[in-house]
Design a protein around this ligand. Structure first.
Ligand code: CAA
Length: 379
């Protein structure tokens, strides 16, 4: 693996870094406090070309590859973890349309996502009774001539109330993974509506809500990919999405570590900076090592994806390790801050809450271990 970033990757990383530092970081605490979705800043990310980093230029994307996307998500997460998940999921949606859509579908939706005309895209897979096991979903899409009628309720949908287009999975055939199809449903389609926003522990500036389908009628041209083969579309998209979550976690961890190092140098106890004490140094050293390992695994998965080589196992390893490493880093950062780490005036309190979701969504880390073990044992 070549660890030198290309000129384009470096440019995107630096641009995302500057935007996060100037536009997101100073406001992230307020958005969290008010549980406010920063729509204008999300649109600004599209204007910077960040909503289709790994999407062809012909569709309005930057065509800069998965490593560039990983770098962008990490930098944005350093400023605002909620914006980073919105960014990551929207890129995943744009990529899945690019990969499986017809020419007409690609031209209809991708430019609207990459330009920011649609503030976000949504990945509407999970349900109340189908989280780790999407093959058990209950939402149906019943064929009526050349139309499909969708009924059911999706849950935990990132940007559910803001997305211009949803990639929606529904049952069109028999039980299990083989009877599922995938549809593109535009916001505002009669019969589709977002439910009440979730009141979350962290990532409070990202929008998460259920999405309800009640006799929601779409044309045959809304079918994404082949009828009854939608489960694989979800799995392939999630392989890439998991690199995004690994990158997001890395960014949260880096922000927490930066805050911990600065605080350790500034905080005086026993007549000197606490950074002089080995007890603090070892926590910071462990965190730095964790972050470095998380970075390598995450870039490796992205690098493999960019070279069109198998990366499912590497994406799951990156997601598992990076989210757990960054969680330890955030915990250390709170510990270094002592009592100040437990109150909202200090940003590490937010990082500690934000990092928690990354071990749950886009496949719990238990599911990632299933994917890793299956790859290992079933080859
Ligand atoms: N790529 C391509 N195909 C794949 C695949 C992959 N990565 N993984 C599985 N498949 C295929 C299999 O080969 C199989 O095809 P065949 O029948 O033709 O052989 C088919 O899909 C079914 O596979 P499995 O039998 O392995 O399916 P399973 O029901 O046992 O599930 C699982 C496997 C890994 C547990 C999967 O269900 C899974 O990933 N669960 C977690 C779901 C998840 O990540 N949800 C996240 C929600 S989205 C979200 O969080 C986004 C957000 O908003 C933040």
């Amino acid at each position: 693996m070549d660890l030198r970033f290309s000129e384009e990757e470096t440019l995107i990383r630096d641009m995302a870094r500057e935007f996060a530092r100037n536009e997101l970081k100073p406001n992230a605490g307020t958005w969290d406090e008010e549980s406010r979705f920063p729509e204008d800043k999300i649109r600004s990310m599209a204007e910077l070309g960040l909503m289709g980093v790994n999407v062809p230029e012909s569709l309005g994307g930057a065509e800069a590859g998965p490593v560039a996307l990983s770098l962008a998500v990490t930098e944005i997460a350093k400023g605002c973890a909620s914006c980073a998940v919105t960014l990551s999921v929207t890129n995943m949606v744009c990529e899945v349309i690019t990969a499986f859509g017809t020419e007409a579908q690609k031209l209809r939706y991708c430019p609207k996502i990459t330009s920011g005309e649609y503030v976000a895209g949504a990945f509407s897979l999970s349900e109340a009774g189908a989280g780790s096991d999407p093959g058990g979903m209950k939402t149906t899409a019943v064929r009526k001539g050349d139309r499909f009628i969708l009924n059911g309720e999706k849950m935990w949908i990132t940007s559910g109330a803001y997305a211009g287009v949803h990639v929606v999975w529904a049952r069109t055939g028999g039980k299990g993974a083989k009877g599922i199809s995938c549809f593109l449903v535009e916001a505002g389609t009669p019969g589709m509506k977002p439910g009440k926003k979730e009141n979350k522990m962290g990532l409070r500036a990202s929008n998460t809500c259920p999405v309800l389908f009640e006799d929601c009628e779409v044309g045959e041209d809304a079918l994404l990919g082949v009828e009854n083969e939608g489960f694989k579309v979800a799995m392939m998209a999630l392989d890439g999405g998991r690199i995004g979550i690994a990158s997001q976690a890395l960014g949260i961890g880096l922000a927490a570590q930066e805050a911990a190092v600065a605080y350790a140098k500034e905080r005086q106890q026993f007549g000197q900076a606490i950074a002089n004490f080995e007890a603090i140094q070892w926590m910071l050293a462990d965190s730095e090592t964790d972050l470095s390992a998380a970075r390598q695994l995450t870039y490796r998965a992205a690098w493999l994806k960019g070279r069109h080589r198998p990366f499912s196992q590497e994406a799951s390893m990156a997601k598992t390790f990076s989210t757990e490493a960054a969680w330890r880093v955030c915990d250390n950062a709170v510990q270094v801050h002592g009592g100040y780490g437990y109150v909202k005036e200090y940003e590490v309190e937010r990082h500690y809450r934000d990092i928690r979701a990354t071990r749950i969504y886009e496949g719990t880390n238990q599911i990632q271990r299933v994917v890793i073990a299956r790859n290992l044992l079933c080859k």
